[in-house]
Design a protein around this ligand. Structure first.
Ligand code: CUA
Length: 321
């Protein structure tokens, strides 16, 4: 569902409103351009043929009136469609008629970090990273709080709606909504340091049932088998001996740090490093071997793991489903 020019392929009522404003402004501009360019071409061609100075016209009341009325009508039209768009994007239905954001009714909190997105569902307690699940429904809007843990980032899913900045010390709110099930590419769109370009995320719009199932499965501690393979078991021991738990959380274990992404259901995620590579065992090994080679500057250091430890860790992390 990722088209070549996502902004021109809106997939939510809000993105449709933005797209419609863009196309109307483009249409007005194109018509004005065609008229002006056309008149110039006519003047050039006539002047060339005659080779004499045309009749000079010093002031015309009629033209002045047309020049006044035309632009005024266009400006009023632009103001009207822009105001309509702003109202559509900011409309707060039902819960708060005064238009103020009721913070207790937040469906999703997305926090920008250098360089990944933390994704929290306060109502269910689900925490994940770089992958956002929402129910696909034209009427259902997800109330989203956008925050930052460090510098200014900007949350943007071109096919679903407006951009909104993630600003340290200040929370912003938007609606997230998708008309059709599908996956929608999101990007950080405010320069935020070395790996700004690799601060991607995906929004998965799924049916209501799928969404409920997803929430239920994410709420549980991971479905790790009771008996790990010897390799995975060594990996688990190594994970907790090494410094991994100082940055990551695995729900239901002593690993509870929140500096890096939550790893509770890591093996179910589709990408590693906020979109840098697909999440496969081979790529995971590449990532663990040297995250700095794949995403220079990221907060995960090169631990210079031995091949043995690498295999063990991959085996363990693959059990986090
Ligand atoms: Cu975060 Cu750019």
């Amino acid at each position: 569902m990722n088209s070549v020019i996502p902004v021109l392929d809106p997939a939510s009522p809000q993105a449709e409103a933005i797209n419609s404003l863009f196309l109307q402004v483009l249409l007005i501009s194109a018509i004005i351009f065609a008229i002006v360019a056309g008149l110039i071409l006519v003047a050039i061609s006539r002047g060339r043929r005659k080779q004499t100075l045309p009749k000079q016209d010093f002031g015309s009341e009629k033209s002045e009136i047309y020049w006044l009325i035309g632009p005024v009508v266009i400006v009023i039209w632009l103001v009207a469609i822009s105001a309509n768009l702003v109202i559509t994007l900011n409309a707060m239905p039902g819960a708060d008629p005064d238009g103020k954001t009721d913070v207790s009714d937040i469906d999703l909190i997305v926090t920008g970090h250098q360089w990944w997105w933390e994704v929290k569902y306060p109502k269910s307690g689900v925490i994940t990273a770089n992958e956002i699940y929402i129910p696909a429904d034209k009427k259902k809007k997800f109330r989203v709080q956008i925050s930052s843990a460090d510098v200014i980032h900007c949350f943007w899913v071109p096919q679903l709606g407006r951009k909104i900045d993630a600003i340290p010390g200040r929370d912003n709110y938007i609606w997230l909504q998708a008309s059709e099930p599908g996956s929608y590419q999101g990007r950080c769109s405010e320069y935020c340091g070395a790996q700004h370009a690799w601060m991607n995320f995906k929004v998965y719009a799924v049916t209501d049932t799928e969404f409920d199932q997803w929430v239920a499965s994410e709420q549980l501690a991971n479905k790790q088998p009771k008996l790990l393979s010897p390799l995975a078991n060594s990996g688990k021991q190594f994970f907790f001996q090494a410094t991994c738990p100082q940055c990551h959380t695995i729900y239901g274990t002593p690993a509870e740090a929140t500096i890096g992404p939550d790893l509770t259901h890591f093996a179910r995620r589709k990408e590693i490093g906020a979109g840098v590579i697909e999440n496969t065992p081979e790529n995971l090994a590449l990532w663990l071997k040297d995250p700095q080679a794949l995403k220079p500057g990221c907060k995960m250091p090169d631990f210079k793991l031995s091949d043995e430890h690498l295999k063990q860790l991959v085996a363990y992390l693959e059990t986090l489903k």
